[in-house]
Write a protein that binds this ligand. Sequence first.
Ligand SMILES: *Cc1c(COP(=O)(O)O)cnc(C)c1O
Length: 429
Amino acid sequence: MSETTPGFNTLSIHAGAQPDPTTGARSTPIYQTTAFVFEDVDHAANLFGLQAFGNIYTRITNPTTAVLEERVAKLEGGTAALAVASGHSGQLLTFHTLMQPGCNIVASKRLYGGSINQLNHSFKSFGWEVKWAEANDPQSFADAIDENTRCVFIESLANPGGVIMDIAAISKVAKAAGVPLIVDNTMATPYLCQPIQHGADIVLHSLTKFMGGHGNSMGGAIVDAGTFDWMASDKFPLLSTPRPEYNDMVLGTTFGTMAFAICCRVLGLRDLGPAISPQNAFYLLNGIETLALRMQRHCDNALAVARFLQNHEAVEWVSYAGLETDPYHALQQKYCPNGAGAVFTFGVKGGYDAGVQLVKSVELFSHLANIGDTRSLIIHPASTTHRQLTDAQKTAAGAGPDVIRLSIGIEDAKDIIADLEQALAKVPV
Ligand SMILES: *Cc1c(COP(=O)(O)O)cnc(C)c1O
């Protein structure tokens, strides 16, 4: 290998992978096996005691999944990663490693709706509290932090609403409080934004979305930046105190800059169990090979569509940080200079009925609840995902009666625009 650091495209294709040592297979094989044969009794004992790295059982590690883990870690500039069954299960393992009953998470109000549910309802039953902060106000994070806070949680590019977070400013707040900053980088992907460069300690992904990119496989990832000192306080006992199940090993000192990822694996993944299937790891790896090509095309298409909508008579407003007039444009230039992502919202003048008519009238767009597919996707949150809320609650959640959310695919921009044009012509103004 040459001395220079490989570029993003090279890493997307090669990081973590090599020809299969036994068969020479060039593409990473799907190791569709549950368990792995030990070399001998000592080898088995060393694996179980964390004295040696190796495969025991696919709930904990698998060779196909290991390639995916190394690739995501390299693309994000982290020290180690683990891949899991879904984005949400990655969040569960992350918080399980950091939290105890009575502790709290300080989180941005602008998170993926599923994450808001997870934090507000399911995590409460574990005794984990959440304190909400204003996405565009780093001081509100500082104000929310107290002695029971164990982490700060934000999305780099927030879904929906096109909010770009000031990661560096919020990282300063988390550092001053002695807690890690966790950044969900699902919407941006490391092609657009690398949160570790701006001070994130842990990066999370739903690989289900743009990373896999083809709308065919669920997966999640937890990336350890290796930056946080787990031994500096008594706030993180899973990392800083002896673990009886591993011969009183202290994971924080034994594994140094990879301690968080290893703790999530050998305690969280081992005991809570949301393992990714090797088959899905394979599909996600394939998707990641073209990440840069796809993301640039997604962003270029999204900007063209946003400009078209901005000038359309049936459209009241467009919220996309890539537009020069958008309030988040300056932060986009700083954190996501290659583009503002492919998911955004706009408002139709005719309100609820117009929104319903629009989703009925599109032909190329698919009406469904997902983002980050090669295909263009549309949803009218007020009549679907946010249907059960009152009008006031819908508006507060960024899902007012007039709001349409798009996830722009990588088809030809002219065809995406033509589909919206014919559909908007059928909408009551
Ligand atoms: C989809 C999504 C998640 C959850 O991921 P799953 O893979 O669906 O579990 C978390 N965060 C963001 C930003 C998402 O878009």
